[in-house]
Structure formats: C-alpha cells, structure tokens
Design a protein around this ligand. Structure first.
Ligand code: ZN
Ligand code: ZN
Length: 735
C-alpha cells in the first residue's frame, strides 16, 4: 500500500500492518491507521487463493483513519476522476502473514501516481501493465535525445537475474517487460529511420537475485524471461560456468535456441554424449545487417579459471592462434565492421581484460576496418577508445544501465551499407573516436538509466501509450515467478540504508559493520559451542549489494548474498594466532576464491548508488523533460570525459573495502580469551591453515553449524531477530 502521512510526500513505500482479518467468506478488512491513500497491489499475493478487492481505497488525504473492505469483485476506486478499476488481482500473501503476521507490503511508483503529489491523477492497482507492481519510478528524465547513426547498438551486460528491476530504487525501477517494449519500439524507430539497430548482451545472467537463483536449478524461471528480448548477439559470462548444470542449461537449451547469435569464441563444454569438448555457441558470427553492413563478430570471455570441469576456457592468446580464427580473419567475404564483444572489461588498460589481445590480432590483418567493442564483467559504465575506428562500451550491471552507441561514416566505397546516410529529425553522431582522426567514422555513446521515464522519453511516447502487450506480458511473467518463489516475503524492516562502498569500512553507514558483522556474530553460532569465544572471517566480495532502508525480503537475501559458502571452523585456536588472521588475509591476495577474483572491483567513482532521492513530482503526463532535480547515481568518467550519462546525477562516493571482514563474538567482558574458535568460509580454508602454520591442518577443520549452513543462511534469521521494529510501517530510504 501506498499512502501519505498528512501531506508528507516523502513517504513512498511502506509495509502495513493491515490488521487484516482474512476470511474465507470473502472479505478483507484493512484498517489503515494513517490518513492518506492506500492501495493494494497485485504482487501482494494470494494465500487465501481467492481474488479480493477493495473499495474506498482513496480518501484524498483526508485526515481520518479509514478502512478498506471489499467483496470478491471489481470495484471502481472511490474517486470518480481516477477512472481506474481496482482489479481483482490483489491477494493476501499468506507467507508474509506466516512470517510477520497479517501484513501487506506494498509500494507505489507510477509516473502519475498518488505518492508523489496531489492525488487527482491516481492509478491504483495495475493489471500487470508495466514495471513490477510497487516498484518506484524515477522522478526525472534524460538530458536530451539520443544520437542515431547508420548503425546503432543497445548493450546490456551482467544482468545477474535483475529482470524484476530494482524494486526499491527509482533510478532503475523498470523491469524486463518494460525493456522488452523499449527494444521493440527502438527497433521500429530504427526501421522507420532507415538505419540499423543491434541488441548485444555480454553475459552473467545468474547469481544476483532470487528470480534467477531461488529455483533448485538457477535460471529455470529467469532464463525464459530473459529470452523475451530478441538479442542479435549474446555471449557467455563466467557466472554461466561455475555450476555444471547451469553450463549445460546454456549448452543444451539456450545455445540451441540462439544458434549462431550465441558467440562463445573461447568457451567449450564437454558434450556428455561424446565426452568431447565442443563450443558452447558459435565460434564467430558473420552476418549482414538489415541495411547491408557485413559484420564479423567474436565473443570472448576473459581468461577465466574458476569454471567447473564441465567447461574449458581457451585463453585469448591461444584462441587467436587457432585455425578457425585465422580463417575468419582471412575470409574472402567482405567485412565492413568487426564486433568484438565479450564478458571482459572493455578498457584495454584493465589488467584482466583480453579484448585487447583479440583486437590486436584483428588489427594485424585489418588495419583500418572499424571494430565495435562491447565489454562486461567489471560492472562499471565505461567507454574506451582503441583507435580512430574502434570504440567500445560497457553497460554497468544489474539492469541499471543500457549502453547506447551510434556510429556513422559508412558509404558505398567502404561498405555494403544501403541505409540512410544521416537519419533526419534526430541528432547524429558527430564525434570522431579521437581528435584529429582522419577516418570518416563518427560516434556517440550514452549510458541510459534503467527506468520507465528513460524508456518513454527515448521512444517518444506518453506513459499511457508506451506499453506493448509483449512487454506487459513479460512483466506479468516476472510477477508470477516472484510470487511462485515467494520473493516478496518480508523478514524485517531495515531501519536505515547500508551501502557496500559509499562509506568507509569503519563507518556506521557501511554494510559490513552495520549488517554483516553483527549478523554473523549473532546468527553464526554452533549451539554446542555458543559459550566459546569465536572469530568469524569472511570475504567482503561475497557480499554483492547494499541493503536499502525498508522491507528486507527473501529476495534481498539472494541480492545481498548470492553465494553459498559453507562456514567451517577450527576449534580452540590460540588467540594470539587467531587475532592476526584478518591482517594476514588482508595483506595477502585480495581474493583467493576464483569466483571472487572474477568480481572486479569497480574503478568508477560510483558503483552503488543508493536508493535515489525522490523529489516531489511536479509533472504529470507527457514525455519527461529535463528536470532540475538531480538525484544520486552514476557520474561516469570514461575515455571521452564525463558527458556520457543519459541522466545527470550527483555522484555517490566510492570507498574501497579491504578483502576480508572479521566478526567477534562470545568474548569475555574483560581481557582476551586464551583460545577461540576460528570460523571461516570454506573457500579460504587453505589460507587460514597456511597463516596459522604448523600444528594446523585440514583434518582439524569441520563444518561449523552444519555442512549446509552457508553465507546465504544468516541474513534472514538476523532480519527476523533484529529488524522487527516498524515492520508494519516500514519506509524506504529517502522517499
Ligand atoms: Zn557480473
Ligand atoms: Zn562476470
């Protein structure tokens, strides 16, 4: 539900103790102890298995408590001018009730909706019309129209299951259904203009949210949703290779479906039928665009070594020596443009990236042919200039960013291009890759915030005209999957926001001292050894996302802690040795676990924008125009400077954390214990043993609580134990 408190428009998201009296006879009554607007939302789900509805949800800010009740039927919302129907789509979620009592969680966030201002233009419950019900929308928009060139690219990367969008962060509130609509509208726009538009994704589709990870096999529900976007080129990320069954899912299902659009130039998998290694997808793709450009594409994963033994990653330096690659470079067919894309940082200065190795090999044969690069894996917005006909983009992470690159300069002499030379009515790319370039090619690049305002603005639509059925249907699929997995179940109400990297490691705002350390101290306890002093050591890289102020859900557990690392321990370690471990670990290699080696630390100044500030909405309807309000978010600096962000933001600070954290519990009130239990994630065991030295070996190490208790098992109990205040009235941050 969404409501106002006496004109306080800053409140935007709340959990209600609905005082709901659920009745099988078909009524629900909800007392809302505050004046204002309320609504039920569709994702609220269904324990009683019957649709119910509400009436008189709307009281236009009258300062009187009000009550909701309704039979199982549609009712028009109380205000005539709303003109919207409360569909019978709101169900009560028994699981939430089981967890926190009969409560409803809801939020608001429509461009025209009541949470932002005067309520004369309110949309209540949506019939799965667009972004996830309850997700907040941005209050601002892009700074200006996109440049369109002869060939244009939309790039996504490292989506990590965030297809639901960011339910508590307006900057990135759109869901995959909204994006489906956006891609289709932009493809149409390209067609109308007479130019090309290609959609490119560079992998890492799992490990990040409940939608992708809460199923017994990752991706069973999320992958069909991801597949609703008709990408022209896709490639594989390291997160498709950790778990063999996921790798085989990509090989057996998606590689077959995507055909040669799935380009995995250096990744092979063991064919279970033959035992032989085969490429997961195609080694390369040669194709001709709608407008006649002849493209040769390679998709190259960085030199990843943490894969399961089901797959094999060929180092780029070896790949470029292979016969198929030489044949592709020396093809007798004309190539107007190389696309070099990969799960691989786009910057040639990134030490872990191998794109430069492949680019050099292309350049050795084709010294001037344009190369368009698309990167990923380092989770940053970035744009890199390789030479005057080679530029690359990297589109961040987690469905926060869409990368846009436009390019122009093809003609009948240098290509097969048959489209429009310069699309009219829009800006065209005007910038050479490098100053003083002599090539005819001009470029533009932009990083788009992943919200509906962005999509609506760039597709020249109105909020009411934007949606396509195809997108709305995908939004519905996401809602249904979330409900099936019970991802919205609320376990606690985080009383403030904690960020991973926006504050120093010792700041109360930092997620480690604020949440992780107290949570493992409290929850990671073996009952039989509860009275023993213990030191718990973990890798900061195992934590992947902030905890925004507000309801903490089952989904948030996957979001913050997507990995399942078992807690193991050594008993009765001399304290003087144990207390040195944190310093030894942090002075050693930053990350020992291959999984985490691959988690590049963003170099950008702002990688974790916290929940954006929502100002009071001043505009209703119409394309979003440039706003005065500047929200916290990405401020990107790349090879071209600082003008790439599509929406202007104020920067969020970025502080680098040490590689490891330490938690202590069960210590005596005074003095130091003689011995402690040393508890740690399984993957750092050999380093713990190495630092402890003689007298310690693997035979002394045991699972701590049990061999199934992992890094994914302490946050939910902690939220249930500690974050119960205001659980029925839980606001999100800054809104
Ligand atoms: Zn990633
Ligand atoms: Zn990655």
């Amino acid at each position: 539900m969404c409501w106002h408190r006496g004109g306080d428009y800053s409140m935007q998201f709340c959990v209600f103790n609905a005082n709901a009296r659920l009745s099988v006879s078909g009524f629900v009554q909800i007392h809302v102890p505050h004046p204002g607007v309320a609504r039920l939302r569709q994702s609220q789900a269904c324990s009683i298995g019957e649709a119910l509805t509400s009436e008189s949800l709307y009281n236009n800010g009258q300062a009187a408590p009000w009550q909701v009740s309704g039979p199982f039927a549609d009712h028009t919302i109380g205000k005539e001018n709303v003109g919207q129907k409360m569909k019978s789509t709101c169900f009560l979620n028994g699981l939430i009730a089981a967890v926190i009592g009969p409560s409803l969680i809801a939020a608001c966030g429509h461009d025209q909706d009541s949470c932002y201002g005067p309520q004369n233009n309110v949309e209540y419950v949506r019939q799965v019309k667009r972004m996830q019900p309850g997700a907040p929308n941005a209050t601002y928009g892009p700074k200006g129209p996109l440049e369109w060139g002869q060939i244009n690219f939309m790039h996504t990367t490292d989506t990590h299951g965030w297809l639901e969008g960011h339910l508590k962060q307006p900057n990135y509130g759109a869901d995959w259904g909204d994006f489906v609509t956006f891609t289709r509208r932009m493809k149409q726009t390209a067609g109308n203009m007479g130019v090309d538009l290609l959609l490119v994704d560079t992998g890492d589709l799992h490990d990040g949210t409940g939608l992708s990870d809460a199923t017994p096999e990752d991706g069973v529900l999320s992958m069909p949703i991801f597949d609703e976007v008709a990408f022209d080129l896709l490639t594989i990320g390291n997160h498709e290779l950790y778990v063999s069954e996921v790798a085989y899912q990509m090989f057996n299902t998606w590689a077959r479906k995507w055909g040669d659009r799935y380009v995995t130039s250096n990744v092979q998998i063991r064919n279970p039928a033959t035992g032989a290694f085969e490429y997961v997808g195609a080694t390369h793709r040669y194709f001709t665009t709608d407008k006649g450009l002849r493209v040769m594409a390679f998709g190259v994963l960085f030199d990843f070594t943490g894969n399961s033994n089901a797959s094999r990653v060929i180092k780029a330096a070896d790949m470029v020596k292979e016969a198929w690659f030489a044949d592709a470079l020396h093809t007798t067919q004309p190539v107007d443009l190389f696309v070099l894309f990969g799960h691989n940082a786009v910057s040639p200065r990134d030490k872990g990236s191998t794109l430069k190795t492949v680019w050099d090999a292309i350049r050795a044969v084709h010294p001037t042919t344009p190369v368009s690069l698309f990167g990923g894996h380092s989770h940053i917005r970035d744009f890199a200039v390789y030479d005057e006909t080679s530029v690359g983009i990297e589109a961040g992470r987690y469905c926060e960013t869409i990368g846009w690159v436009a390019m122009t300069g093809f003609d009948a002499r240098n290509s097969g291009y048959k489209g429009i030379a310069n699309p009219r009515g829009v800006p065209n790319p005007a910038r050479p890759a490098k100053t003083n370039a002599t090539s005819p090619f001009r470029y533009a690049r932009r990083y788009l915030d992943w919200n509906r305002n962005t999509f609506i603005y760039h597709s020249h639509q109105q909020p009411g005209t934007y949606d396509y059925h195809s997108g709305s249907r995908v939004t519905g699929l996401i809602t249904a999957a979330r409900e099936k997995l019970r991802l919205g179940d609320v376990y606690g109400c985080a009383p403030q926001s904690w960020c991973m990297e926006c504050a120093p490691f010792d700041s109360p705002q930092n997620l480690f001292p604020g949440v992780i350390v107290p949570a493992v101290s409290k929850i990671v306890v073996q009952p039989a050894r509860a009275d023993k002093a213990r030191i718990i050591l973990g890798n900061t890289g195992s934590v992947r996302y902030d905890v925004p102020k507000g309801p903490f859900t089952y989904d948030d557990n996957f979001i913050v802690s997507p990995f399942r690392d078992v807690f193991r321990y050594l008993k009765d370690v001399p304290y003087d040795k144990a207390q040195k471990l944190i310093r030894q670990l942090n002075n050693g290699r930053a990350d020992k676990r291959s999984t985490l080696v691959s988690m590049a630390v963003p170099q950008d100044a702002c990688t974790n924008p916290t929940a954006g500030h929502l100002g009071r909405r001043e505009q209703h309807g119409g394309p979003v125009r440039r706003q005065e309000v500047v929200t916290p978010g990405y401020v990107t600096k790349d090879d071209w400077g600082t003008d790439g962000d599509d929406t202007n933001h104020t920067a969020v600070p970025f502080m680098r954390n040490p590689g490891y954290y330490e938690a202590r519990a069960g210590f005596p009130a005074e003095g130091s214990p003689e011995v402690v239990d040393v508890v740690f994630y399984d993957f750092i065991e050999k380093y713990i043993l190495q630092y402890l030295g003689s007298g310690f070996n693997a035979s002394l190490v045991d699972c701590y609580i049990d061999c199934n208790f992992t890094s994914q098992d302490f946050l939910l109990p902690y939220a249930k134990a500690v974050w119960q205040d205001n659980i029925n009235d839980c606001p999100i941050d800054g809104i």
